[in-house]
Ligand binder design. Structure first.
Ligand code: REX
Length: 415
């Protein structure tokens, strides 16, 4: 029940918008054993909710059929949404919609492995080959190297998606074994020495999935469910690989072709077998906020493993990478922790404050559109810097996978 509704921003008849602030007692249940009521948000600036909504509208103007964001802030939950979940039916998108979260899956995979480290079943500095004999061509590659993208294992998705739509259609229905994906990587030279510089590669988190399955004797799905999804009551978080459908109410995903002006491709249905433990989870903004709040709040791993997860290596521009976790340094000097995701048709941002008390999850239901991805970064600025956000001149050097074009954020200046 929504007991308080604050509608902000200009009402634009054409825009399908919901922008609500409600007390936590009206919000969905938080993680067991925790309370959100009355918790201070660690001296962060007030979020700029109007700014958040404007970012979503900008993303729509730039080609996203729809965009949503949810901000959990101590005892308050806010939502914003604009556009459509389904271009054919015209159904309005909302924060109740599930979607594909891409690489935010990597945080889930890392959490499982860090729990296994807590249980003394895994050593971060042990060679991967100790657990998976003969898998990798170099015994010096450790679990830590893999989880921090410093293994040097080539990213096989570079070739796979060199041509966006044909690349996608070629794998849409395919089911790969982990081994087949690793073999594709090993067919190419390695990018760094083991433990060298950060070099993003999905191969690393395919190896993570293999480690999870080897150490537990279960499919990754079972481990996500038993260790994260069920304890946190994540009702929208699903691993359906190799199923191709997104179950329940969901936003459809629309892939942007490489040719300017070409029609968007409905990419909702696919196995995501090319990513699996590197990117195949489905979730919702509510679940992602619950997950990251629990993680940063120290409720999923020991404090010691959470600290390991936050041993940062530079990852270009205003970014650093830990173990399956990104840090982004925002324009107001505040850092946020989480991950981005890009699977065909879906761009996700999911980040939380250092203590997990404030969390933001946002989705635009398109991809291969760097302008939209760049704009969506503005959701973090609005959510965590509020009106203290400075107009950005792009986000500096970025991941090739993020494909972020230089641009500026429409932000109110600090008073
Ligand atoms: C695959 C191609 C991009 C997407 C990729 N995605 O590696 C992983 C991910 C799973 O979520 N990475 C994010 C496609 C960004 C992260 O780690 O932060 N692009 C698209 C192309 C380009 O096909 N030719 O945009 O849909």
């Amino acid at each position: 029940m929504v007991s308080a509704t604050v509608v902000r921003g200009t009402a634009v008849a054409a825009a399908l918008v919901s922008l609500l602030a409600v007390p936590a007692h009206a919000a969905p249940p938080a993680a067991p054993g925790t309370t959100t009521a009355g918790v201070a948000t660690g001296g962060l600036p007030e979020p700029d909710v109007t700014g958040l909504w404007q970012v979503l509208r900008t993303a729509r103007r730039q080609g996203a059929p729809g965009a949503i964001a949810r901000l959990d802030d101590g005892d308050t939950v806010r939502w914003a949404a604009t556009g459509v979940a389904d271009r054919r039916t015209g159904r309005t998108i909302s924060n109740a919609d599930r979607f594909r979260i891409g690489s935010v899956t990597k945080v889930f995979s890392a959490v499982v492995l860090l729990q296994l480290a807590d249980e003394k079943k895994l050593q971060l500095d042990a060679p991967v080959n100790r657990y998976l004999p003969g898998l990798l061509p170099d015994d010096r590659i450790t679990v830590r190297h893999v989880l921090s993208h410093r293994s040097g294992l080539h990213d096989y998705t570079d070739e796979m998606f060199a041509r966006t739509v044909p690349g996608f259609e070629a794998v849409r229905k395919k089911v790969f074994t982990y081994r087949q994906l690793v073999d594709r990587s090993l067919a190419k030279p390695r990018t760094t020495e083991p433990g060298g510089a950060y070099s993003y590669s999905n191969t690393n988190f395919v190896v993570a999935g293999m480690l999870i399955e080897k150490l537990t004797g279960h499919f990754v799905r079972t481990e996500y469910e038993n260790r994260i999804i069920e304890p946190l009551h994540l009702r929208d978080t699903l691993y359906v690989h190799p199923g191709t459908k997104v179950p329940g109410r969901h936003a459809r995903g629309y892939l942007t072709p490489d040719t300017a002006g070409a029609t968007l491709v409905d990419s909702t249905e696919q196995t995501v077998s090319w990513a699996q433990s590197a990117g195949a989870l489905i979730s919702s903004t509510r679940d992602l906020n619950t997950f990251l709040s629990a993680l940063l709040g120290g409720r999923l791993t020991s404090r010691a493993q959470l600290a390991q997860m936050q041993r940062w290596v530079p990852a270009g521009g205003s970014q650093a990478y830990g173990l399956g976790l990104r840090r982004r340094d925002l324009s107001c000097g505040i850092s946020v922790y989480g991950h981005t995701g890009a699977v065909q048709g879906y761009y996700t941002y999911a980040f939380a404050s250092k203590d997990g008390e404030r969390s933001l999850a946002a989705l635009a239901n398109t991809s291969n559109n760097g302008t939209v991805l760049n704009s969506m970064l503005g959701t973090l600025e609005s959510a965590f810097c509020g009106k203290k956000a400075k107009a950005l001149k792009g986000s500096g050097p970025v991941e090739r996978h993020e494909d972020i074009a230089p641009g500026s954020l429409v932000r109110p200046k600090a008073p």
